[in-house]
Design a protein around this ligand. Structure first.
Ligand SMILES: [Zn+2]
Length: 477
């Protein structure tokens, strides 16, 4: 008689491929899925009667800024409580490694912490730190262009010289050998906006030499030039012959509402000849550093943190500006370094992006005491609000975007599907009840309906909350 550590019976299996749900069982042994479907005759150390609830592959959060949080708060309740079992860090051009800063931190590097938090000269050093104190989730790391610039340049407000590009290329090549999954850029931010397309192409070509590596980008514009920015992204992908991921795709500002019809059309056309995917978070407010040049298009801005004025956190920028008798731009400048939530996108654009077949889910949350609710709510919000309540996606397709699609795009073999031999990253949830509960007033509320979460066969979330199990592995090609 075959034996296993854990046996789920009477489950509704949602296998991650997008295939229709089916009733069945699933056996876990030594951190891996041992059998799926008919598990009659299996002897288990522990049996869990799923009672008809859904059992799916654990969710992969493809867009995170968890680089430092993974070490500071390894239980990662914000993620495990959503059913997330793997996170991709190092997005938007900023990765915590490889960098020991010599010249201070140009924006937005402070999103990951202070200068002292950047203490990993190589990705191998960061990986060793994670493996010495494993977090509850698996971790993949992108190598950030802005991080490379901060390491190679004395001034990031200009294009890199040939010698600086060579230095970045060498650091990038080593970072990819050390397990980095690809290159990320944040071309709209001060640390990288002066980089011409050719600088990015040069680094994307270095990345493309590593099998399975990809290029992800917080594009040069998500505002008036968003269509041109998609064009630049596709061009970089073609020039370097590398798969591209457009991060948190959106069109900011009322006059740009509706432009996703154009951008998604460009992407559809490109898909005939090149590999393209996207990610999105299911909210119409964004969150990032507070900069004077970012305040123009937003209908409302909530300040979430300020180094010189911590007492202003959780207040509207307009109220702060009124108190101080200054413009919004001047108030933003005085509050910096600071972070904020910006209400500035259109629901119809969000739904259009979310429905695109190549779109994955990425929370893009910035860990902290007063985060955007996406940090805690993104995945249950897609499952509960956009799939169940609105019917925008089938449950199977919503799960596919969180599991097999990101595993394929990021090159994470053996994850993202309920299949024998695959890692036992699993989420047991109630499709009729799952929903986000974090909002702009109470942003750190765990979701409802996520009943149990397992990473490599170990339980990391359940009715008692986060277990803190050191279950996560470093994911590499
Ligand atoms: Zn970004």
């Amino acid at each position: 008689m075959p034996t296993c550590d854990l046996l789920f019976t009477h489950a509704t299996l949602i296998d991650g491929t997008g295939a229709a749900r089916r009733d069945g069982a699933l056996a876990v042994s030594a951190g891996r899925i041992a059998a799926v479907g008919d598990c009659a005759g299996w002897q288990a150390a522990r049996t869990i009667d799923a009672g008809g609830r859904a059992l799916a592959p654990g969710f992969i959060d493809v867009h995170t800024h968890d680089d430092s949080a993974l070490l500071a708060d390894p239980a990662m309740a914000a993620k495990t409580s959503q059913g997330v079992t793997s996170v991709i860090a190092g997005n938007c051009g900023i990765s915590i490694a490889p960098l020991v800063p010599r010249h201070g931190l140009p924006p937005p590097l402070m999103l990951l912490g202070e200068a002292a938090d950047y203490r990993f000269p190589t990705v191998a050093d960061y990986r060793r730190a994670l493996e010495a104190a494993p977090p509850s989730v698996n971790v993949g790391l992108l190598v950030g262009h802005s991080t490379l610039r901060a390491g190679a340049m004395d001034d990031t407000a200009r294009a890199a010289t040939g010698a600086e590009i060579e230095a970045m290329a060498a650091a990038l090549d080593q970072a990819l050998r050390d397990g980095g999954l690809g290159l990320s850029t944040g071309l709209s931010y001060p640390a990288s906006r002066a980089a011409p397309t050719a600088e990015v192409v040069a680094l994307a070509r270095v990345t493309a030499r590593h099998p399975g590596a990809l290029y992800t980008t917080h594009m040069r514009s998500e505002r008036d030039q968003v269509v041109e920015a998609v064009g630049e992204t596709l061009e970089i992908g073609r020039e370097a012959a590398i798969p591209v991921v457009i991060s948190h795709h959106k069109c900011i500002g009322r006059r740009n509402f509706g432009k996703t019809t154009v951008t998604l059309g460009l992407i559809d056309k490109a898909l005939a000849t090149q590999d393209v995917a996207l990610d999105v978070y299911p909210y119409t407010a964004s969150s990032t550093v507070l900069l004077p040049e970012f305040v123009g298009e937003a209908e409302r801005i909530i300040v979430t943190s300020s180094q010189p004025h911590p007492e202003q956190a959780r207040r509207d920028l307009s109220a702060i500006a009124a108190d101080w008798g200054v413009s919004l731009e001047d108030a933003a400048a005085r509050l910096g370094p600071a972070t904020a939530i910006y209400f500035q996108m259109d629901e119809a654009d969000l739904r259009r992006v979310l429905s695109h077949p190549r779109t994955m889910i990425g929370s893009d949350g910035i860990p902290g005491p007063y985060p955007h609710p996406r940090l805690w709510g993104s995945f249950p919000r897609v499952l509960g609000h956009y799939a169940r309540e609105l019917g925008l996606l089938t449950l199977e397709d919503a799960v596919r975007r969180m599991t097999s699609l990101p595993a394929a795009v990021f090159g994470l073999p053996g994850r993202g599907v309920l299949q024998a031999g695959y890692a036992a990253d699993l989420v047991l949830f109630d499709p009729g009840r799952v929903i986000d509960r974090a909002d702009y007033d109470q942003p750190c509320e765990p979701s409802a309906g996520i009943d149990a979460v397992y990473v490599n066969g170990l339980q990391v979330w359940g009715p008692e909350g986060a277990s803190g199990a050191a279950a996560g592995q470093f994911l590499h090609h």
